[in-house]
Design a protein around this ligand. Structure first.
Ligand SMILES: [Mg+2]
Length: 355
């Protein structure tokens, strides 16, 4: 089998309500859908969802990188995933979301060629995962009401965005913890918005509560301070923006900076890189979470297959699709009931895509 053609199509997806995080307020999302056609007629689909504050990519840069990368891998066997990644890397460094889009399409093709859903292709046996749900920054009382609403809908893990204003961050955490009691695990994600002293003080205020994980409180490059935080708080420290590659994971873990690593396919250049990060972490006794940027159901489906296949991926933050008016050209892959995603057993991603 040979890769015959690679097409990237930009799509605009509206959110049902605006999402506010430290990077700003998001109303709609642009994503690049990837379609790889082979000489056998098999077609694979992927998604390259750019997010400039984290990987430096936009739809425009993705299109430029796609032209270069396509030249290098057209004619290659899509089943030779390591070779294809190596050829992509030889063309351009970084551009991990674009590479993730191609990677996902290749895993879709591999699954279709093997007649296996991706989670089975990766050696997994379980077709279900639980995702948390994100509460974006708002008035503390509104955030607490939202938390109660999600818990009543079946979600047992909440991810609370913080990091803009310290005082309202603390108020929001307190209100949410009081409102949901012991019905949900609470993680907070400061998206690099705090310093080490603030982090230690805030986390120590909420010791022995359902607030059990703090994600990336510090700027991605502040490695030594992560160690200081980790030794001063009871909660687990999860790193997100600090870890893009297996080698980043090796460095932060061997430096004693993390209890949990947040993998995102758009940072790791897809499932191939995610497998590497998870293996490094697992070997060091560190658990992983799989997160997302603002992928549609397609990118989320790929991440859910990866998570379902691996026991060491202990947490899932795969909720972006819940915030979209889902397009009619994209369906299937999994069903969702209160955050329990059940994957389809159709080959590859098991999705219906018309692009
Ligand atoms: Mg994060």
């Amino acid at each position: 089998m040979q890769i015959k053609q690679i097409i990237g199509k930009a799509v605009n997806i509206q959110l049902t309500q605006p999402l506010k995080v430290t990077f700003g307020e998001i109303q709609s999302v642009e994503s690049l859908m990837i379609k790889i056609t082979t000489d056998t007629g098999l077609i694979g689909y992927g998604e390259a969802c750019p997010f400039e504050p984290v990987t430096g990519e936009s739809i425009e840069t993705e299109k430029v990188a796609l032209t270069a990368v396509s030249k290098a891998i057209t004619g290659e066997n899509p089943l030779c995933i390591e070779r294809v990644h190596s050829l992509m890397d030889s063309q351009t460094v970084g551009h991990t979301a674009l590479k993730a889009g191609i990677d996902i399409a290749l895993y879709d093709l591999m699954g279709k060629a093997a007649n296996l859903p991706i989670y089975q292709l990766l050696g997994g046996s379980d077709n279900q995962i639980h995702t948390d749900i994100t509460i974006s920054i708002d008035e503390p009382r509104k955030m607490a009401n939202e938390a109660v609403d999600y818990v009543s809908k079946g979600f047992s893990a909440l991810k609370v965005k913080t990091g803009i204003d310290q005082q309202s961050d603390e108020e929001a955490i307190r209100e949410i913890l009081n409102a949901v009691g012991n019905k949900a695990l609470v993680k907070i994600d400061a998206n690099q918005g705090w310093n080490a002293k603030q982090t230690i003080r805030i986390l120590n205020e909420f010791q022995n509560t359902q607030l059990q994980i703090v994600e990336q409180p510090l700027p991605y490059w502040q490695h030594e301070e992560n160690k200081v935080i980790r030794s001063a708080i009871m909660q687990d420290l999860m790193l997100d923006e600090s870890v893009h590659t297996p080698s980043d994971a090796y460095q932060v873990i061997s430096n004693g900076e993390a209890d949990i690593v947040n993998i995102k396919l758009m940072k790791s250049a897809g499932i191939f890189g995610a497998e590497g990060i998870n293996k490094v972490a697992e070997a060091a006794g560190i658990r992983c979470m799989i997160g997302c940027m603002a992928e549609t159901r397609l990118g989320i489906c790929a991440a859910a297959h990866f998570a379902a296949a691996h026991q060491n991926v202990a947490f899932c933050d795969l909720d972006s699709f819940l915030m979209f008016k889902e397009p009619d050209w994209l369906s299937g892959g999994f069903t969702n009931e209160g955050g329990l995603l059940t994957l389809s057993d159709k080959p590859g991603l098991g999705m219906t895509i018309n692009i």
